[in-house]
Design a protein around this ligand. Structure first.
Ligand code: ING
Length: 318
């Protein structure tokens, strides 16, 4: 049996500080139209797809940067995207900075969020980033900051999956893609399609030796996650040089075999597509990675009970 869906990864080039939300949404809609002309039913946009990557700037006054966040979704600026997608019968995933309503405690929360919207315009669900990278305080020795840990809380909601697009769909965000737990949590819920947006600066200040490996590590993680869980993975970049900082492009669509079936060739706005057979997941889920038959959770206890490394005791020296 086959269950085909044609999917677009809509890579974005840079969004500068002075670009309005409205101008960005026009770019998203232009790519939506390209996706429709390729018969796509789902288009995946990157992480923080409405603004520049603002965590590169330090601020004492977090609330002073609240204009980078959406307080509703759809928000006034994104409503035209929702309307056009619904009119055309295409779904989408969109990453944005979310500022919540005050809770019972009066506090608002900031998350790095992705919303998933069905072909009929209904909101399927939201995913809030779990693994928040970088640092919380100004580190002036860096050529630019990566202050996600100042601007976003870690979500405790984990990796839910949704029945949508005639399959089982999950989401993850940027740094999440480097962690095998991300994929396995969704793999254990039968995920068939994982949507991942990213902003990955090429320069990694704590260890610049990794700069030349950014493209390799991007593929390594997502291809392994796809294969080891028998799932499609769509990785979508905001790439190119934004505010003087170069970020990785190389958006790609990966089959459950782990093979890349489509890859961006530019570092700007670019739509790539693939016709994905969600039934291909079974080739892996029902054989080599038949979890029910072969997994050994009883010997994986450390995975959930322990956070950091506990080394074995030193050997006695005498
Ligand atoms: N970016 C990062 C990522 O995992 C990061 C974190 C920063 C990695 C700098 C490498 C260098 O790609 C996001 N947005 O999570």
């Amino acid at each position: 049996m086959s269950r085909y869906i044609t999917i677009a990864a809509a890579q974005l080039g840079p969004i500068e500080k002075d670009h309005s939300r409205e101008s960005v949404v026009e770019r998203l809609i232009a790519m939506l139209h390209q996706a429709v002309s390729s018969n796509c039913k789902l288009v995946v946009f990157p992480e923080l797809a409405l603004t520049t990557f603002f965590p590169r700037w330090y601020t004492e006054d977090l609330a002073g940067h609240d204009h980078y966040y959406e307080t509703s979704m759809p928000s006034p600026a994104t409503q035209p995207l929702f309307d056009e997608a619904k009119r055309l019968g295409i779904g989408f995933a969109l990453g944005y900075a979310e500022l919540t309503e005050p809770g019972a405690d009066g506090l608002q929360h900031r998350f790095n969020t992705t919303v998933l919207v069905e072909r009929d315009g209904t909101i399927v669900g939201k995913y809030r980033k779990v693994h928040i990278p970088g640092h919380e305080d100004d580190e002036p020795w860096r050529p630019f900051q990566h202050l996600e840990r100042r601007y976003f809380e870690e979500s405790n909601e984990g990796f839910g999956v949704h029945r949508a697009f005639d399959g089982i769909v999950g989401m993850a965000t940027c740094n999440d893609r480097r962690w095998p737990e991300t994929y396995r949590e969704m793999g254990l819920q039968g995920v068939e399609l994982i949507l991942i947006g990213y902003n990955t600066p090429i320069h990694y200040a704590p260890d610049p030796g990794q700069n030349a490996l950014q493209g390799f590590h991007n593929q390594l993680c997502m291809q392994a996650g796809a294969y080891q869980n028998g799932t499609w993975v769509v990785g979508v970049a905001k790439g190119g040089v934004e505010a003087g900082v170069e970020s990785l492009a190389q958006s790609c669509i990966i089959a459950p075999s782990g093979q890349i079936v489509a890859q961006a060739t530019t570092t700007g706005d670019e739509v790539i597509t693939a016709r994905c057979d969600l039934d291909k997941c079974k080739d892996f889920k029902e054989t080599l990675f038949n979890f029910d038959r072969y997994r050994r959770p009883e010997v994986y206890q450390r995975i959930t009970s322990q956070k950091g490394v506990i080394e074995p005791p030193e050997n006695p020296s005498n």
